[in-house]
Ligand binder design. Sequence first.
Ligand SMILES: Nc1ncnc2c1ncn2[C@@H]1O[C@H](COP(=O)(O)OP(=O)(O)OP(=O)(O)O)[C@@H](O)[C@H]1O
Ligand SMILES: [Mg+2]
Length: 398
Amino acid sequence: MHDFMEDELNRPSVIKNEYYLSIDYVPDNLPHRDKELRTLAQGFKVLINSPGKTSLKYIIEGPVGTGKTAVAKLFADKIISSANLRGINLHQIHINCRINKSPYLIYLKILRKFRPNFPRRGHSPEEVLQMIIEILDQNDLYLLLILDELDYFIKQKGADILYDLTRLMDDRLNEPQRISIIGIGRRIRLDESVFDLSTLSTLQQNIIRFDKYTVQELYDILKYRVQLAFEEDVVMDETLQVICDIASERGDARYAIELLWRAGKQADALNSKKVIPDYARRAKSDTHPELRREIFSALPFHNQLLLIAAARILKESCSAYATIGEVEDMYHSVCEEYNEEPRAHTQIWEWVQDLSAHGIISSKRSGQGQRGQTTLIGISDVPADLLEQFLLSFIENR
Ligand SMILES: Nc1ncnc2c1ncn2[C@@H]1O[C@H](COP(=O)(O)OP(=O)(O)OP(=O)(O)O)[C@@H](O)[C@H]1O
Ligand SMILES: [Mg+2]
């Protein structure tokens, strides 16, 4: 009998180490982000030179896949090791606000860094925060808090962690300032109704904007990954150029790396020893960078149902936009399918604003004379039936 497992294991691959193409890998070298890393280093130097003197708040803002998370993680590692070298007890914690959706969950996550078994229930957010401060004070610790995907959070009414933490620091005027923050997001609304003017102006001065990567920048990023992840001389230069051209429209390094990975897989599947440009083109037709599992899977169930409704309407009507009324009707029938009580119109309207702020759908006001004034809903470039299937797959695995 043929051993298929051994066959597979012995099969030659153009990929030497797939890990370097995975999303878990944080490179220790980030081409074309020197300036941003330097700005952070200059800004945060005071935490090491005069610990406790001040609490810093920086914001990193920029489009998808521009290295915001990677830069923040690399920077945090560097500052922690410099601090530790000098006997300063600086710790960092990276929290994804898309996953930890409330101040309470965020504080709990911080507290558990120091008290791993702290129970989930039984305390208010303020109490948990107070405990964190006590631990930091008692042990002379400092904390660099990285709040990633903060824009998922800031829009939720009343839940404004930046504000809470800022106020807390301000109240401790004569005591050491223990917590500094880097907030990260595509676009962070700094609302005057939430922040007082002085906090707002400090925050505005400390915004670091990341631009989309250019073709050349993407090329340099990929070149380095190719060295790490692929066998020598298997990836053709033309292939990299095709990938960079495709990905440069969005300036998105994540998408470029995914295309590279898929092109490599394609070569293996076809037993090819070279990764030729055509594999990159095929990879493009297989991927929709808009459909990111982690984004959709974290959406509340009813948001997923609403998106299914929108996808169905758009599929059936073959038009670019549907009215919010049509989507809502379809949402009711989708709810029925899943035995769910539909939510009220105002709630749906809010979700639409939210989903569109996150670029998951697009919404606009209809023009004059077009069935009166209403909100029109569209989905990004993804084909409607693909989006529907994609969402159904989450719901089934729920
Ligand atoms: N300058 C760079 N050099 C090497 N790899 C990079 C660079 N910038 C980004 N990457 C890689 O591209 C991918 C996306 O980067 P990252 O996750 O930092 O993007 P992001 O700006 O946080 O995106 P999002 O807004 O979706 O969270 C990661 O795998 C990261 O390692
Ligand atoms: Mg990120």
